[in-house]
Design a binder for this molecule. Sequence first.
Ligand code: PNS
Length: 160
Amino acid sequence: MRKAVYPGSFDPVTNGHLDIIERSAKVFDELVVGVLVNPDKKGLFSIEERVELIERVVKHIPNVKVESFSGLLINFMKEKKAKVIIKGLRAVADFEYEFQMSLMNKKLDSEVETVFMMTSAKNSYLSSSSVKQVAMFGGCIKDLVPDEIISDITKKVNNL
Ligand code: PNS
């Protein structure tokens, strides 16, 4: 069984993330979306909310599960018995950080491979933080995030 983990903060999930999830789910038998619990970083959405938003937008993909994890990704990989980390790459700017993380993860567990998937061109400028900024200042986030979660984001930023 080919199993992979797609880790991230997903605060919130964007169309860029969903595209990587949909494409990875075609390549692997099982894909676990791992939402990082980061106690140092207060997000817009709680971890439970992030997991729920992702579950809602992936419910049409049967081989995708969504879970949260804390601590090292490599330990989560062991727990899930997965050997492949999926990362999405947008611009060159992502490369250095991702390269460093993949080497660190390799050092921590040489059995685990990081597989990079290039973003689709239409999503190459998208990030959770830019979506949050646009929403906070009243801009339109249609086409940036799945339609099913637009109102969750606008409600959340309006209640800040
Ligand atoms: O969506 P993000 O914030 O770019 O995702 C970053 C993430 C969650 C993939 C990364 O921060 C991570 O793997 N954190 C877990 C801590 C860890 O394993 N660190 C060692 C590798 S440098």
